[in-house]
Design a protein around this ligand. Sequence first.
Ligand SMILES: C[S@@+](CC[C@H](N)C(=O)[O-])C[C@H]1O[C@@H](n2cnc3c(N)ncnc32)[C@H](O)[C@@H]1O
Length: 219
Amino acid sequence: MERPSNRSYALRGNRPTRAQALAMKTHWSNFSLQVESELEINDVFPDAKEVILEIGSGMGEATAQIADHFPETGFVAVEMHNPGLGALLMLVIEKKLKNIKLIREDATHLLNNFIPDNSIDAVHLFFPDPWPKNRQHKRRIVQDAFVELIASKLKPDGYIHIASDWQPYTDWIKARFERNQRFSGGVIKRPDWRPISKFEGQALKKAHTVTDLKYKKLK
Ligand SMILES: C[S@@+](CC[C@H](N)C(=O)[O-])C[C@H]1O[C@@H](n2cnc3c(N)ncnc32)[C@H](O)[C@@H]1O
């Protein structure tokens, strides 16, 4: 079936390893959400202190460690990349995590079509693809419309935490949040609980500066 054109992300390198495929086959139905109608993510973990939507969990190492560290918080990870979803699922099983659910979807599509306004406690967006070339900038997930979308979906006082290792993209993200009147915030100290994923490790080896940003939605 052809995918609707309003998805912002094109699939690439989407073949899981055997272990990832086996994890998907065995455990996907228990740990995933098939979203076909409105989704209140707080209802996914009714006893959780807060529920965080993670956009682009990648291979899931950071997601799994953070979820392990905060057992009273619920995490809904949205990712389109099958190997990444399989890898996260393997970690969920290995660490016996009860506070993660996975969604295979384009986050922008999910937010636009299924998540009610003013319903999300917090969003994590760690190392979004930087699309460094000028002609690729339109592919960056953080655009003015995305910032506005996040503003609509967060609860008042809800926040988005972003990490980026590509300074020009960090500046781009800052500029877009600063000109949106519905947020306040900026650079924060790297929190101790955010582990270094393989992806971030590679960035640090290249001597990239990693910046954490946090923007709170104004009431
Ligand atoms: C550079 S990786 C970072 C992964 C992970 N957050 C980390 O820190 O290692 C960016 C991830 O975002 C995912 N991604 C990009 N656009 C997306 C979208 N619109 N919806 C969901 N995931 C997306 C990609 O598949 C990729 O796994």
